[in-house]
Design a protein around this ligand. Structure first.
Ligand SMILES: [Zn+2]
Length: 492
């Protein structure tokens, strides 16, 4: 690790010196408007068929390719493609997803930059109407906290199979410098290494063992300054490495390097989104549902869900409300947010840890987000909705305490053993007409994975409350379809 940081330090120093020394003048390339009257769907469809017919099937793997990043299975997500104006006209930009969550980190390890947010396929036509498909990877050295920040790192442009085309280092001030892939430097050239400054970018993935997540080094790649591909002068004196651009002979088909930075996915995962990374509380604004680093924030758009949430958080004389307030309302570094949105798989709600890190000053920053299913939950009874909310509060609490961190099944067992009456009392504090049997049934219904994974334990658990599985399902369904309980305005 030290070596990597030394290299990064060297990179920063070298880049500052180089960018001061180099004055770059690029000719302004006007958009020729080659795509008049072609609507965006058509442009994307053209790009897709070009890619699938001309690129995908003909992309043979590079033999003995040592690059770790190239080895991860990837695919373009056409449904999320966007059109961007580049120096040559319209370009189709297609996000790429990878089979593994690989990331680079800031120098101080504070923020991760996921490859799936900084990699895309760019398809465009040159002035001769020839199509090009380029795999663009933005390797962050310093993670962009919002889209207005300049990119600091290396933009690598490759063919789909990883064959190196070009790379540029951006200094975070809007300047750039051409780079080479280290594998493109020949043995002969390496003997002149005193003229070469290289940057090594390490890649990581997260490994979770026993609830503790760590970043695990997976591989690295190295890029060097200079225009090595033009150096055919074997016995030369090294002057061919010139730090400038390759002789100023940019061809017409070349995309202006800064065009590769037009694509940005914010920390919430939205293309061109306006969420920003706040040093104190992580990803906020944009579509995160959180506007500032307040402690407990809610941005539930559905009125029926929101009205229940107001009751849950304002009914303070119960243990779950105390847990919520004592955990999340006492430090502006430990935050809880609740929103409504789409959830796959028919689940009523989910809880996710959004930020969990220790700052360089030793302060623990923790952000947890509860999402309520806006499609299914509003029409359930208020008792059912409130039960769901207190259940998710417990997950958020456990995660904040590192109690079976993000392990749903174990957290359910913990809830089942220690908190059932507290959960029941919290809901009955709001809905006093809810009888014990129904209240217990709704609480137990939240532990479906205990039923699935440990039937013996489940049966002994439910019998403690004079219930069986069929009764729980009946009560649950009556509340879900608002036959029982307090209707919401959405239940009609
Ligand atoms: Zn749960």
């Amino acid at each position: 690790m030290r070596k990597i940081y030394a290299l990064l330090k060297q990179y920063v120093l070298a880049s500052i010196l180089l960018f001061i020394a180099t004055i770059v003048i690029y000719s302004c390339k006007k958009d020729k408007g080659s795509s008049i009257n072609q609507d965006s769907k058509e442009i994307i469809a053209d790009a897709k068929s070009y890619f699938e017919q001309k690129i995908l099937n003909k992309s043979l793997r590079i033999p003995n390719d040592p690059n770790f990043r190239h080895s991860i299975i990837k695919k373009p997500v056409w449904s999320r493609s966007v059109i961007r104006k580049i120096s040559l006209g319209d370009a189709v930009v297609v996000p790429i997803v990878f089979d593994e969550d690989i990331f680079t980190m800031d120098k101080d390890d504070a923020y991760k930059s996921f490859l799936s947010r900084t990699s895309y396929l760019m398809i465009y036509k040159d002035k001769k109407e020839n199509m090009h498909a380029e795999w663009v990877t933005l390797l962050n050295i310093k993670v962009k906290k919002n889209r207005n920040e300049h990119f600091s790192g290396i933009a690598v442009i490759e063919e789909w199979n990883g064959t190196f085309k070009k790379a540029f280092a951006f200094d975070g001030l809007g300047n750039y410098e051409k780079m080479s892939s280290s594998s493109s430097i020949t043995r002969q050239q390496i003997s002149y290494s005193r003229f070469i400054t290289c940057v090594t970018i390490p890649h990581y993935s997260t490994i979770t063992v026993g609830g503790i997540s760590t970043s695990s080094f997976r591989g690295s790649e190295t890029f060097c300054y200079g225009s090595f591909e033009n150096s055919g002068d074997e016995g030369g004196n090294g002057s061919t490495y010139g730090y400038g651009h390759s002789g100023g002979e940019q061809q017409d088909e070349e995309v202006d390097p800064s065009n590769y930075l037009l694509y940005f996915i914010d920390c919430n995962g939205d293309i061109d989104g306006s969420a920003i990374i706040d040093d104190n509380c992580g990803c906020i604004q944009g579509n995160t549902g959180i506007q500032s680093c307040a402690d407990i924030t809610d941005k539930i758009k559905n009125k029926c869900l929101d009205s229940v949430w107001i009751k849950v958080k304002d009914t303070l004389n119960n243990k779950i409300a105390n847990i919520l307030n004592n955990t999340f309302n006492t430090s502006d570094k430990i935050n809880f947010k609740i929103v409504d949105g789409n959830i796959d798989g028919g689940y009523s709600a989910k809880t996710e840890v959004v930020t969990d890190k220790v700052n360089s000053d030793g302060i623990h920053i923790f952000d947890v987000k509860v999402t309520l299913n806006k499609n299914t939950l509003p029409s359930a009874s208020q008792e059912f909705i409130a039960t769901t909310m207190v259940h998710e509060i417990m997950h958020a609490y456990f995660d904040s305490q590192k109690t079976y961190y993000t392990q749903q099944f174990q957290q359910h067992r913990n809830m089942a053993e220690n908190y059932i009456d507290d959960l029941k009392n919290a809901v009955q504090a709001i809905y006093s007409s809810l009888d014990d049997k129904a209240a217990y049934a709704l609480i137990l219904n939240g532990f479906g994975d205990i039923f699935k994974n440990d039937l013996t334990y489940w049966n002994s658990l439910v019998s403690k409350y004079d219930l069986d599985t069929a009764q729980i399902i009946n009560i649950r369904d009556d509340h879900k379809t608002h036959n029982s309980g307090t209707k919401t305005a959405c239940s009609q």
